[in-house]
Design a binder for this molecule. Structure first.
Ligand code: IPD
Ligand code: CA
Ligand code: CA
Length: 284
């Protein structure tokens, strides 16, 4: 068996097994640091936080992946300069990569810093630009969400499926408050004002990746947010797709690694949510 014949297994080691191992190890380590981080830095804005735990988690994951797959490329949040332009450029720089690991070492750093128990490790592997493995691990609940392209999505070994709601009115929808105060936040606030009256309720819990895992698990009907990066989205996008949901940009375009404005839903309410967002007229 070689990489060409099987995109999931190389040298007897499953890509997915390595992703799970990395997420579990990083997640365990992160929880030992909860309430215990020593350095808090600001990135792009006063709302964009990073700690030494984010950096340590990324180092751990990068080293483990490098040990197993030294020829693979790696894109991790902490290896990229803050701000949207640098993120777009970093993705462009690895656009030729055959195998690309895309890692958010802690998605939900603000929650981690405050001890609000909703954050995760997000790891995806893309083959020629298409996500083939997605793993999201919530170390607080010890919940591991795993998807392989074409093979379904699972939480702790149990197959996941999106929820059944058919209308926005009966939907529980999540969104995020972007750290980009200049561009993304004002637009998202406008969208929130437009969507909130249309849905059963809204949740803003502070981890885009975990929100997407919850859509995959049928716990949320949908999620949207603008101004996100590939590492926030890649694993969650595959989880939702493999759980039978729909993944597009907020303009309804197909998901690719370059999408920054995301919408994921159970599929049934996708068009209705797209139309409702369009009414906010934010011209993203
Ligand atoms: C953030 C979280 C948050 C979202 C922000 C992201 P980070 O990621 O996903 O929910 O609203 O836009 O930047 O900084 O915690 O990895
Ligand atoms: Ca993130
Ligand atoms: Ca992060």
């Amino acid at each position: 068996m070689n990489e060409e014949n099987n995109a999931f297994v190389v040298g007897g080691k499953s890509f997915t097994a390595v992703a799970i191992n990395c997420a579990a190890k990083a997640g365990e380590w992160i929880t030992t640091k909860l309430g215990n981080h020593s350095r808090l830095e600001l990135k792009h804005s006063s709302h964009d936080l990073v700690t030494e735990v984010d950096k340590g988690s990324e180092r751990l994951i990068r080293n483990l992946i490098g040990t197993h797959f030294p020829h693979h490329s790696f894109l991790g949040e902490e290896g990229v300069e803050p701000g949207p332009e640098a993120s777009v450029q970093a993705l462009e720089d690895v656009s030729d990569a055959e195998y690309l690991w895309i890692v958010d070492p802690i998605d939900g750093t603000t929650n981690f810093v405050h001890g609000f128990p909703f954050f995760c490790v997000s790891i995806a592997l893309a083959y020629k630009g298409e996500v083939i493995v997605g793993v999201i691990y919530d170390p607080i609940k010890d919940e591991l969400f795993v998807a392989e392209k074409g093979k379904g999505a699972y939480v702790h070994g149990k197959r996941m499926g999106v929820s059944e709601e058919k209308t926005l009115r009966e939907s529980l929808i999540a969104t995020g408050l972007p750290t980009d105060q200049q561009y993304a936040l004002p637009l998202n606030l406008k969208e929130i004002a437009c969507i909130a009256p249309e849905v059963r309720n809204l949740r803003i819990a502070g981890s885009a990746a975990l929100h997407m895992a919850y859509v995959a698990a049928g716990r949320l009907t949908g999620f949207w947010e603008i101004g996100l990066n590939s590492w926030d989205l890649a694993a969650g996008a595959l989880l939702v797709k493999e759980s039978g949901g729909t993944v597009t940009s907020t303009q309804g375009e197909s998901y690719t690694l370059g999408v920054r404005n995301i919408m994921v839903t159970n599929g049934h309410i996708h068009d209705e949510l797209l139309h409702a967002l369009a009414k906010a007229d934010t011209k993203e």
